[in-house]
Write a protein that binds this ligand. Structure first.
Ligand SMILES: [Fe+2]
Length: 250
């Protein structure tokens, strides 16, 4: 059974007013550090999600160039593996197909929640996954560099990306885990399949499932957490989305 989120921040205080912005940010930082994600709920109408994200770092353009994207079913995308339909998404890290660093944070907030079952964002801690591996498997995932492909939906839009990265990359500000079950090019290496399976099994066992209320906002550390989505039926579901770059320590 999926876990319920425990890293929860109410943006409305115990008196029913908006939580002070500086206090909200401090609690947010503490929760993010501890859990790798924060789900902000009871979000007052006065809350500005784009301004909040600006406080976390610069925005990384999405595939089409937009900085604030939409995640909702789009016509013509039903047959693809793509966020713009109602199908499930498998566990992955965002931006494994970028040439450089993947976005540090991903923010998703709910404009229109879906009715009916599904439509949950699911999350699990990839640092806990790599900690569960044997030392020599971790070394293999650090040392071996792979080609990564973009999804067929992005190829359909004219983007064909082939960056090269290891699965685990040590950065001075944290360990980056890149993961895609289907878009890492395995090159007939017999060792990688079972490791990719192990991440998928870890995710299936350990994930937290998030069902959004209107204006709820999820932010997670994309170097640490894998994410996925469950299928849904209500085509009115509408999230908005920002990718936030890593802010180099001054
Ligand atoms: Fe994603």
């Amino acid at each position: 059974m999926p876990r319920h989120p425990e890293s929860l921040l109410s943006l409305t205080d115990f008196n029913g007013g908006p939580l002070a912005a500086d206090l909200a940010r401090k609690t947010f930082d503490d929760l993010l550090e501890r859990h790798g994600y924060v789900l902000m709920s009871n979000v007052p109408e006065s809350f500005d999600p784009v301004a909040f994200c600006k406080g976390l770092g610069g925005f990384v353009p999405q595939y089409t160039g937009v900085l604030v994207g939409d995640v909702r079913p789009e016509p013509g995308m039903e047959e693809f593996y793509h966020a713009g339909n109602t199908k499930p998404l498998y566990p992955h890290s965002e931006g494994y197909d970028f040439e450089g660093l993947p976005p540090r944070y991903l923010a998703l907030w709910c404009q229109t929640p879906n009715t009916g079952a599904g439509g949950e964002t699911t999350l699990a801690d990839a640092h806990a996954w790599i900690a569960s591996l044997d030392e020599d498997d971790r070394a293999f995932l650090r040392e071996r560099v792979w080609s990564w492909e973009t999804t067929d939906a992005m190829r359909h839009l004219g983007l064909d990306l082939h960056p090269r990265h290891p699965v685990i990359e040590d950065h001075p500000d944290g360990t980056i885990v890149r993961y895609s079950f289907n878009n890492l090019v395995r090159e007939d290496d017999p060792r990688i399949g079972p490791l990719l399976d192990s991440a998928r099994e870890f995710f299936a066992r350990e994930h937290t499932a998030i069902q959004y209320q209107r204006r709820d906002m999820l932010v997670f550390d994309n170097w640490r957490m894998l994410h996925a989505r469950t299928a849904f039926t209500d085509i009115g579901r509408h999230l908005r989305r920002i990718q936030i770059a890593h802010l180099e320590a001054a």
